[in-house]
Design a binder for this molecule. Structure first.
Ligand SMILES: NC(=O)c1ccc[n+]([C@@H]2O[C@H](COP(=O)([O-])OP(=O)(O)OC[C@H]3O[C@@H](n4cnc5c(N)ncnc54)[C@H](OP(=O)(O)O)[C@@H]3O)[C@@H](O)[C@H]2O)c1
Length: 268
């Protein structure tokens, strides 16, 4: 357990822990990496855009912790093996894996050939598969406990149009969270997930106009309070939930998917 500033044990502290965050070059992953650093963790920052991961690692180090930038594609097994080895050897054994990397692409079911659709599913599944298998195998070999936090989406639970591949992948992430929790529990590994709703990041602005600036969003989600808190969330608000699952305080919770959506899932 980490120590608080007052010298008392604080189960939420990540003091001295090593946290690997995928998709940490911007958005939710960046907020998780910086939030973990603020709680005292050494952080390994992985994404494809080298300049972004270097910048986030530099910002993390401002909290007085060590950070390593790991440019790489989580969909490629070789990239994941190289990144995990680099994190483990430069920061020490990994304590927490945050599977956050993901990509959204709107598509119409009737107009999407199977190969394209399968690729969109894999874009959101392969990374979590490779990272969890590589890191958990090391935990088992080293007889170390560990915590995995998956970043899913409320799309994994609702029928949301024009995103069937993404929705299927996130549903699978929810089920992998439960299945891994069962299979890895004997090794002292807990596995949980957060399912964000509308969060203000580059992903939400990918189609040029922010989701939150549309008339439909203002009328339906805000005006009619389909999001009871009547606004999109911030990456830092998602990070808060991720960091609970990442902390030593999360010892008797496993296989859970927590919506971080301003209440959207209770009215949907
Ligand atoms: N924003 C939302 O409203 C929302 C809602 C629900 C769930 N989520 C989930 O939250 C997670 C983060 O999303 P975000 O909104 O923060 O998106 P974002 O701003 O687009 O950031 C995504 C991050 O993932 C990295 N990434 C994507 N594919 C990767 C790959 N194959 N290998 C390595 N890194 C990869 C990106 O960097 P590179 O492109 O440089 O690799 C980037 O750093 C995703 O899993 C997403 O599905 C987001």
């Amino acid at each position: 357990m980490g120590l608080s500033a007052g010298g008392r044990e604080c189960p939420f502290s990540l003091d001295g822990q090593v946290v690997l965050v995928t998709g940490a070059g911007r958005g939710i992953g960046r907020a998780v990496a910086l939030g973990a650093a603020a709680l005292g963790a050494h952080v390994a920052v992985m994404a494809r855009t080298a300049a972004q991961v270097r910048e986030v690692a530099r910002q993390a180090e401002a909290y007085g912790v060590h950070a390593v930038a790991l440019p790489g594609d989580v969909r490629r097994r070789a990239d994941v093996e190289v990144a995990v080895e680099a994190a483990w050897s430069s920061l020490g054994p990994i304590d927490v894996l945050v599977n956050n990397a993901g990509a959204f692409e709107a598509h119409e079911f009737l107009a999407t050939p199977y190969e394209k659709w399968r690729g969109l599913v894999e874009d959101n599944l392969a990374g979590a598969f490779h990272c969890t298998q590589v890191v958990a195998a090391r935990w088992v070999r080293a007889r170390r406990a560990g915590r995995v936090v998956n970043v899913s989406s409320v799309n994994g639970s609702f029928g949301v149009g024009w995103s069937s591949a993404y929705n299927v992948a996130k549903s699978a992430i929810d089920e992998l969270t439960r299945t891994w929790a069962v299979e890895l529990a004997p090794y002292g590994i807990v596995v949980n997930a957060v399912a964000p709703g509308f969060i203000d990041t580059a992903m939400a602005r990918a189609r040029g106009e922010s989701d939150f600036e549309t008339e439909a969003f203002r009328r339906f989600y805000v005006g009619e309070r389909r999001i009871p808190l009547a606004r999109p969330g911030t990456p830092e608000e998602v990070a808060g939930a991720v960091l609970f699952f990442a902390s030593p305080a999360c010892r008797y919770v496993t296989g859970q998917v927590l919506a971080v959506d301003g209440g959207l899932s209770i009215t949907y």
